[in-house]
Design a protein around this ligand. Structure first.
Ligand code: AMP
Ligand code: FE
Ligand code: FE
Ligand code: ZN
Length: 296
């Protein structure tokens, strides 16, 4: 039983359509795949329609861009009701912040003599709901300024680099509560990835558990073996679900192949139970998942 709970389609910054992604998941030997595009549920319907064609279990999710202590933190929301007003409003605000940011990044790049414009970024975004720096990076790669998204982030687009521009993101604590109220199960994505472990230590995680946090994404390519051990221990002490996932972005991110990290079936079952509990207590009508642990 192979379960991958964190992937992106071209509705955000992945490169496969939701349908292609589901087909790729089967080809990669997965039994369960979650689509967790940044800040949007726009790919859910297409993925949900494709899943039965190929006999895979599809889990709808959203990776919500949040902030904590001035650091960006990503919160995975599994099976929330995306029509829940507070959640919907926050996602609209984040998506608007993304769209508003693009011309500001482009202006900085032009000041730095990079010949990109908004139309080029839009072309690379290909109608994605969540436009982001990866699409700007693609435009920079296209003009030959860099050879990869990675290099464009490193030189220009990451915090502290010359073309970095911030954008709106909701406070992490508020979003944990909002996801629970939407009948979903919140899990912190790659808690110690990229920004280091400074802002999300055990006491912060414990505080989030009090608000309804359900799990930690421990097995992620951003975490080394030692970090995984420490995060697993924090999760154990706090009774949190441990997930493992690829954070697949198609060809947009290397070393994140589908199934490169997976979630244990018992952990997945606990995650579903928590989502069901939140759906019951919130009274929200959330997507249902028909799934059972293999008997063997
Ligand atoms: P944004 O959504 O505009 O804030 O950009 C953040 C996204 O860019 C993340 O979700 C990652 O998928 C991607 N990203 C961040 N750092 C890098 C990097 N060094 N190389 C490639 N993609 C990156
Ligand atoms: Fe991404
Ligand atoms: Fe992320
Ligand atoms: Zn992601």
């Amino acid at each position: 039983m192979r379960i991958d709970l964190h992937t992106h389609s071209d509705r955000s910054d992945g490169t496969s359509s939701p349908r292609e992604l589901v087909h790729e998941a089967v080809a990669a030997g997965l039994d369960v795949v979650a689509l967790t595009d940044h800040d949007t549920a726009a790919g859910w319907d297409e993925a949900a329609r494709a899943a039965p064609e190929v006999g895979i279990t599809f889990i709808p999710g959203i990776e919500v861009s949040c902030r904590h202590d001035d650091h960006s933190v990503h919160l995975l929301a599994y099976l929330p009701d995306p029509t829940y007003e507070s959640l919907k409003q926050e996602l609209v605000a984040v998506l608007q912040g993304r769209s508003d940011r693009t011309p500001r990044i482009v202006a900085k790049l032009r000041e730095l003599d990079y010949d990109v414009d908004e139309a080029a970024v839009a072309r690379h975004a290909r109608g994605a709901e969540a436009v982001g720096r990866p699409h700007v990076a693609d435009a920079l790669v296209e003009i030959g300024a860099f050879t990869s998204r990675d290099e464009a982030f490193e030189k220009l687009l990451s915090p502290g680099r010359p073309a970095y521009v911030g954008r709106y993101s909701p406070p992490l604590r508020d979003m944990v509560a909002t996801v629970c109220a939407a009948g979903g199960a919140p899990v912190v994505a790659h808690p110690w990835g990229r920004h280091g472990s400074s802002s999300l230590q055990a006491d912060v995680v414990a505080d989030l558990v009090g608000i309804g946090l359900v799990g930690l994404e421990v097995d992620h390519q951003d975490h080394d073996p030692q970090q995984r051990r420490e995060l697993r221990e924090i999760a154990r002490e706090l009774g949190l679900v441990v997930t493992g996932s690829s954070d697949y972005h198609g060809t947009g991110k290397t070393d994140h192949d589908l199934g490169c990290n997976t979630t244990a079936p018992e952990q997945f079952e606990q995650l579903l139970a928590s989502a069901a509990e939140h759906a019951r207590t919130s009274g929200r009508s959330t997507p249902t998942v028909e799934w059972s642990l293999p008997s063997s």
